[in-house]
Design a protein around this ligand. Sequence first.
Ligand code: HAM
Length: 425
Amino acid sequence: MGTDQYQPLQGMSDLAAPDIDIWQALESKSRKLLDGYTVQEVRTPVLERTSVFTRSIGDTTDIVQKEMYTFEDRGGRSITLRPEGTAGVMRHVAGQGPEGSESRLYYMGPMFRAERPQAGRKRQFHQLGVEFLGCPSPAADAECIALQQHLAAEWGLENCRVRINTRGMPEDRTIVSRGLRDRLLSSVSDLCEDCRRRLETNPLRVLDCKHESCRGVVDGLPPITDLMSSEARDYYQDVLHILGRLDVEVEQTPKLVRGLDYYVHTVWEICHPALGAQDSISGGGRYLIPVGGREIEGVGFAVGLERVIAALKEQGKVEDLVEKHRGIWLISSGKAAFDENMVLMQTLRLRGMRCGMDLRNRSMKAQMRLANRQSASHVIIRGDHEMDNGTFILKDMSTGDQEELDMPALMERLHVVPLIDVGGR
Ligand code: HAM
């Protein structure tokens, strides 16, 4: 029988020890920091009606055209595994009435895109996303970018680069697309097949095509801000000004457009030099999303957590992030000591200590090995001698020192106040 049956689907992974410690550390540091920015968590379903995504992400985007896991449910309705978090959050806030459209929300969880798996690109990956709704001000864009920088620093990521651009006002869309199309038409023979199609459907997307010949064409174009209204340019300058005041360094990148259709005004990406071709750890921007007959405005970003972890590993920063699980391991020789250690273990746990013991009646040597594997800071050893005397051997695993203590001395050494009978005599 092959071993494939034990593997997850291609492009998907089990998250388990030892990496799960990194995930948990990232998550808990992020939650704490987000609370400081007065952002609240929202958990939306991973499955949504397909229209939730098509109407917001855009029909001509790669995500909608080729990357969604879409299928029919048992009732023949078209449903989709979420490829990103923003659309579902918009569906949620639209149902909340006027208050919902002014919330500050974050989410963490799996997203699904049927992409060709490669380094940094998975079919199931995890995002931490933030959405600030109903605050049409450059200050909110700047706050969002500053928050994202702060998160990266909190995780220990160094040398992140923020690339930023503007897509202009919603009213600028037609004029920018038309102007861009006119300029690109003269070089149409140098464009790849996809970009020739994009000229008709979504000329902006030509700007971030990775094909070398398309890049050559795009490099010769003036910035799209030239085609925009002065209002859009002023908005962008305001964002840059506030970022300067907040000490957030950014690189203006006139060709950055981002691959989702809902963006207006500011767009940005954060890249990390330790990652290869897929070097963007996060992306975001201001958006206008149609939901149920109205449009919700917001600004937000999503970080790809797998890429953050890859960058931290490259930088050798994982150790700093993860707190070592220390604790106490109880070791018993003989049935009486085992029974009393069960009681002691529960007592210590009720007092908030991390501790454990082997329940399989194995040799002292095997129990010690387990204690080492568990990175115990101390072990408490009890055998017939200690049971008779009402004492405990406390061994410090880092120094190897050990001492025989009675119950009050043991509790004092472990900084525990005993409340119930812990089996000492
Ligand atoms: P996105 O640029 O499509 O934006 O994704 C954000 C981040 O998710 C990327 O920068 C990357 O780190 C990670 N990511 C995307 N696809 C994959 C993949 N196949 N494998 C691994 N990581 C991946 C959005 O999703 C927008 N919803 C962001 C946003 C929120 N804009 C406004 N609010």
